[in-house]
Design a protein around this ligand. Structure first.
Ligand code: HEC
Ligand code: HEC
Ligand code: HEC
Ligand code: HEC
Ligand code: HEC
Ligand code: HEC
Ligand code: HEC
Ligand code: HEC
Ligand code: HEC
Ligand code: HEC
Ligand code: HEC
Length: 349
């Protein structure tokens, strides 16, 4: 099925290429032979490339829309075409073809370095620069260790598998959680993607530095959980991490690095609300009938002011302050009074 589709695409391409060769600059056409020529000896790379983003880099409707909106500037063509000539603004083929990466005709250059990709994956999409910043360990993972250069797909099944070859322990931790079960990918937290603004010349982001700043960490795209009061715990969403600090296993983490399961959060609250915790332990804050009632049974940790909870839990009756109670005091006064009166009476006798 795939093979058949590949063949018909090939035929179409052959016609397109013949037209390009006929119409193209005769001098350049001599050097550049076009992908169909390469395919006569290299069928496998051809079949991979033909459905790739590189093949359609010029005809891609999204590119065409932006390109035409800006009045079709030549500056776009150096990366979206093959054999672009800056001098006269001409090009040999539309899209990124074999010869853009392997050199024209019989050159058959084999450059496996990320610098080859850097020719284009920089500027509006600064992937190469981000990758350079990703730390010495990631520099061992070059572009083609994670991406198939011909299909432009990932080599692994999923983005997460791409990371797990080196970060097995993180994968194990995530797999056990609701995030793992729901298929949340490492990349969804670690790779921050924004489109560039071509009009203003502002580059986008492709997340290849893998590290997060506060604006990049975004729990809210998936969790609609605005914090009140506890929003003071960190800049933006880093506030979430001051409690959900063991983020991969989704456990809670204390300031002293102790890890608690989410169901057992009293010590988490205690580290910041010591006075309330003490009174809770003494039974004067919390449920007297259930002294083990955790703080979160009455306080939503994300919106902790009790008055904001629509259905208030059983709130304990205000207990009298420690010390003599009113009936006790009254009784005491009565007894002392009676005794004193009796003594005075006895004395008078
Ligand atoms: C007439 C057949 C033929 C054509 C046409 C052809 N090649 Fe090759 N190519 C070869 C052979 C043979 C090798 C050597 C294979 C080997 O060493 O395993 C080769 C090797 C290569 C290599 C690997 C070089 C290396 O150092 O291992 C690349 C890349 C390559 N060709 C790209 C191209 C491109 C791009 C085109 C089209 C512009 C092309 N070839 C056209 C036959 C051809
Ligand atoms: C320095 C090389 C370079 C230049 C110059 C360049 N692009 Fe691109 N462009 C790329 C790369 C690389 C991608 C793919 C990036 C990705 O998906 O992360 C891309 C992707 C795009 C996309 C997204 C296509 C899609 O399907 O997602 C659009 C739209 C686009 N470019 C428009 C333009 C326009 C308009 C210009 C001229 C103002 C331009 N590009 C100039 C390298 C370049
Ligand atoms: C975006 C750049 C790029 C394009 C476009 C491209 N290649 Fe490659 N190609 C590479 C890189 C990089 C390698 C080496 C990958 C590695 O070994 O890490 C490679 C490897 C090869 C090899 C060596 C054997 C193999 O399959 O690994 C051949 C042959 C080849 N390409 C042919 C082609 C042909 C034919 C086309 C067009 C149909 C093409 N390439 C398009 C970048 C490209
Ligand atoms: C001549 C410029 C050029 C070179 C060199 C180049 N690319 Fe690209 N690449 C592009 C453009 C342009 C696109 C966007 C195509 C589109 O979707 O419109 C792209 C798309 C991609 C995509 C898919 C992005 C998407 O949104 O679908 C991947 C992955 C990719 N390139 C990887 C590589 C790798 C790896 C290398 C180096 C081996 C490389 N590219 C070399 C220009 C280039
Ligand atoms: C450690 C693995 C890894 C390395 C190294 C790596 N990438 Fe990626 N890349 C990814 C992952 C994961 C994605 C996200 C794919 C997704 O979410 O679908 C991605 C996405 C991309 C995309 C956008 C694809 C799309 O579908 O939008 C481009 C383009 C790209 N990478 C190019 C490169 C280039 C160029 C290099 C080398 C400078 C590189 N990558 C290095 C793992 C890697
Ligand atoms: C080739 C192996 C390799 C691959 C593939 C890889 N990493 Fe790493 N990564 C490392 C090593 C080694 C370190 C440094 C030791 C550590 O912190 O665990 C590291 C560190 C990190 C860090 C911490 C960086 C810092 O500055 O604190 C993050 C975040 C990270 N990787 C995310 C990812 C993500 C996300 C992926 C997949 C897209 C990925 N890594 C793929 C090897 C790899
Ligand atoms: C829900 C979002 C999320 C997911 C999913 C996620 N991470 Fe993280 N990861 C983070 C955050 C947030 C930090 C930073 C923690 C900090 O700064 O205290 C981090 C830190 C890291 C670090 C560096 C610190 C450390 O713990 O060693 C690595 C490496 C890492 N993650 C790898 C991965 C890998 C691999 C995956 C996928 C299996 C993954 N992460 C999935 C949010 C996530
Ligand atoms: C890509 C989407 C996505 C992102 C980003 C994300 N989550 Fe989740 N999260 C989910 C899904 C899906 C679930 C499981 C369904 C549910 O409980 O809502 C979940 C569940 C959870 C749970 C509850 C697990 C359970 O056992 O009930 C916690 C806690 C959580 N996420 C915290 C975070 C934090 C903190 C961040 C930011 C660092 C974050 N998530 C980022 C999608 C995401
Ligand atoms: C003050 C500490 C604290 C902060 C800050 C915090 N959480 Fe929580 N979160 C908890 C505790 C404790 C639980 C467990 C509650 C329970 O068991 O009833 C929890 C549970 C959750 C759950 C799963 C249970 C549910 O309510 O659906 C999600 C999802 C979640 N938090 C997301 C977030 C996100 C996203 C942020 C940041 C916007 C955040 N949390 C900030 C302490 C906190
Ligand atoms: C890392 C420290 C920290 C942790 C952990 C923490 N809190 Fe807080 N909490 C604060 C801060 C700071 C405020 C804001 C006080 C203010 O606005 O005056 C606050 C506010 C509150 C308020 C509202 C107080 C008021 O004056 O309106 C309640 C109730 C509360 N937290 C309960 C909890 C509960 C329950 C937990 C455990 C799930 C918890 N907190 C965990 C630091 C923390
Ligand atoms: C049985 C329900 C219940 C439990 C359990 C509980 N609280 Fe409260 N808490 C309340 C109510 C109701 C208020 C508001 C009345 C008040 O100010 O005394 C309150 C008030 C607070 C306040 C002050 C908020 C304000 O508006 O002034 C803090 C801080 C607090 N609790 C923290 C905690 C912590 C920490 C724990 C666990 C150690 C905890 N609470 C356990 C019901 C509870």
């Amino acid at each position: 099925m795939f093979f058949k589709k590949g063949k018909s695409m090939l035929f179409l391409l052959f016609i397109l290429m013949s037209i390009t060769v006929v119409l193209g600059d005769p001098e350049s056409a001599e050097d550049y032979k076009g992908p169909v020529h390469c395919a006569s000896c290299h069928m496998d790379p051809m079949e991979d490339w033909i459905y790739s983003s590189h093949q359609k880099a010029f005809n891609d409707p999204e590119f065409q829309e932006e390109y035409q909106k800006l009045g079709s500037p030549e500056s776009c063509l150096s990366c979206h075409t093959t054999g672009f000539d800056e001098e006269d603004g001409t090009y040999i083929n539309e899209g990124v073809t074999c010869e853009e990466c392997h050199g024209p005709g019989d050159t058959m250059n084999l450059d496996t370095s990320p610098e080859l990709c850097a020719n284009c994956h920089s500027g509006p999409y600064p992937t190469y620069e981000e990758w350079k910043d990703s730390g010495p360990s990631h520099l061992e993972a070059t572009c083609t260790l994670c991406h198939d250069q011909h299909t432009t797909e990932l080599l692994a099944e999923t983005p997460t598998e791409t990371c797990s070859s080196c970060h097995g322990t993180h994968l194990e931790a995530v797999e056990e959680t609701k995030h793992g079960e729901s298929g949340v990918e490492c990349a969804e937290c670690h790779m921050y993607i924004t489109p560039p603004d071509f009009e203003k010349g502002i580059p986008g982001s492709t997340g290849h530095d893998f590290v997060m700043t506060s604006e990049e960490l975004d729990c809210q795209t998936c969790h609609n959980r605005t914090l009140s009061k506890h929003d003071v715990l960190g800049t933006d969403e880093f506030a979430c991490l001051s409690c959900h600090g063991e983020i991969h296993s989704l456990e809670l983490k204390l300031i002293n690095e102790d890890v608690l399961p989410r169901e057992d959060s009293v010590r988490l609250c205690a580290q910041c609300h010591n006075e309330r915790y003490t009174s809770w332990k003494q039974g004067t804050h919390g449920k007297p009938e259930d002294p083990e009632a955790q703080c979160v049974e009455c306080h939503d940790p994300h919106d902790p002011v009790v008055a904001n909870i629509p259905t208030l839990p059983v709130v304990p009756e205000r207990r009298p302050p420690a010390g003599p109670s009113i009936p006790f005091t009254a009784g005491f006064i009565v007894i002392v009074g009676v005794l004193g009166f009796a003594i005075i009476l006895l004395r008078w006798r």
